[in-house]
Design a protein around this ligand. Structure first.
Ligand code: OGA
Ligand code: NI
Length: 387
């Protein structure tokens, strides 16, 4: 398999370059089949944004907002851990959000708003560099590190209307080396690494909250995912303007393969949609200075499907480009992940997933691209009875 993944199956076209060429009809390879096309929400001029936020059309939703302020204060004071009294409200709010949505926003999360803005602006700066400069970071399907414009190596696949930059931040041994990092803006590496460290700390805290919310000891998730050796990757997404946004998607429907995703969304332009339990796609309205958090497939596996990863996708629009930073917190690559025995109990039998390492799991996505929840659904039921 490794051999067929050395190169992309077709010449890579940068969506940004296409968009900037001023075309009015998008190439056929970006046109989704009718069932996958979005119902486009008209872009909102800044002047009416505030009013709209008050009125909130029904398809624009503020997913649950969890305030971590008290929990962090308690942590700093060293007095009360996640499992203590002060953490109960937070734990319950996270548990409810995970059961109902699989998605929530966090505020007072401990990451400085200036650092969030600096990271986003650094990546905006990168995507504004000349095409030839960006091309020098062109990625390959072997590691995905660098400047990319597709996910998956299936020849003839329908492509998404977006470019990205992908990097490994942790663990130490897997970190992307200096050559993969943009030289411009000159602070890009430094700011992104600091941002990554802070967001990873937030992920570690959320791992403890998730463990406690499922009745496990607070270190359970982190331990199962490889302890201090957990992985973190960064994907800076760039969605250019699109002349026919009703025919395509910035990112096809998918669930995130890892443990937890912390998304810093564009502060002005909406685009992320989440598939609700009733099958409807709803557009997320980010709260100011918040992160959007969602659980990934590995949490679904470890929790034996008590918490489910949720499908999401990105719609684009004709008026404005959009940028987002996704930090993926992943298990260490070579640790087999399977449902926690404590959660395979009378009310939740049998164990639904066979043990699999994240390195194995990720290959599916890297070959096939975003395919909704097809991968995790296919795994279901393959667990042998003794699991
Ligand atoms: C992702 C993702 C959403 C967005 O990168 O996996 O879901 O809003 N991004 O860019
Ligand atoms: Ni995602």
């Amino acid at each position: 398999m490794a051999d067929c993944m050395q190169e992309w199956p077709e010449a890579v076209v940068r969506v940004q370059a296409l968009a900037e060429s001023g075309l009015s009809v998008i190439p056929r390879c970006y046109v989704k089949p009718p069932c996958d096309r979005p119902v486009v929400v008209a872009p909102v001029p800044a002047a009416v944004q505030a009013q709209l936020e008050k009125e909130q059309p029904s398809d624009i939703i503020s997913i649950p907002v969890v305030d971590l302020g008290e929990l962090l204060l308690a942590e700093d004071g060293g007095a009360v851990g996640v499992g203590g009294g002060l953490g109960d409200d937070v734990t319950e709010a996270v548990a409810a959000a995970c059961r109902e949505w699989g998605f929530f926003q966090v505020v007072n999360h401990g990451v400085r708003p200036e650092l969030m803005r600096a990271a986003r602006e650094a990546w905006r700066g990168f995507f504004r560099r000349p095409l030839a400069e960006k091309q020098s970071y062109a990625n390959s399907p072997r590691t995905y590190e660098g400047y990319g414009s597709r996910l998956g190596v299936q020849k003839g696949a329908v492509l998404d209307w977006g470019d990205y930059f992908f990097l490994h931040l942790a663990p130490e041994a897997a970190k992307s080396t200096a050559k993969f990092w943009p030289a411009n803006p000159s602070n890009c590496k430094e700011v992104s690494e600091e941002y990554g460290r802070e967001v990873v700390r937030l992920c570690e805290l959320l791992m403890r909250v998730l463990s406690v919310s499922l009745g496990l000891d607070e270190a359970h998730f982190q331990r199962a995912f490889g302890g201090a050796e957990c992985g973190a990757t960064l994907r800076a997404n760039y969605y250019p303007r699109c002349p026919q946004p009703d025919l395509t998607l910035g990112l096809s429907a998918h669930s995130d393969p890892g443990a937890l995703t912390v998304l810093l969304a564009d502060e002005h332009v909406r685009g992320l949609q989440v598939r609700r339990g009733d099958g409807e796609w709803v557009t997320v309205q980010p709260v100011r200075d918040a992160f959007i958090v969602n659980v990934g497939d590995q949490v679904q596996i470890l929790s034996n499907s008590v918490y489910k990863s949720v499908e999401h996708r990105v719609v684009v629009n004709a008026e404005e480009e959009r940028i987002s930073l996704a930090l993926f917190y992943n298990p260490k690559g070579d640790v087999p992940i399977a449902p926690a025995p404590e959660l395979v109990t009378a009310g939740n039998l049998p164990a639904l997933y066979p043990p699999m390492t994240f390195d194995e799991y990720r290959l599916y996505v890297r070959n096939k691209g975003a395919r909704g929840k097809a991968q995790i659904e296919a795994l279901k039921g393959q667990a042998s009875p003794e699991n």
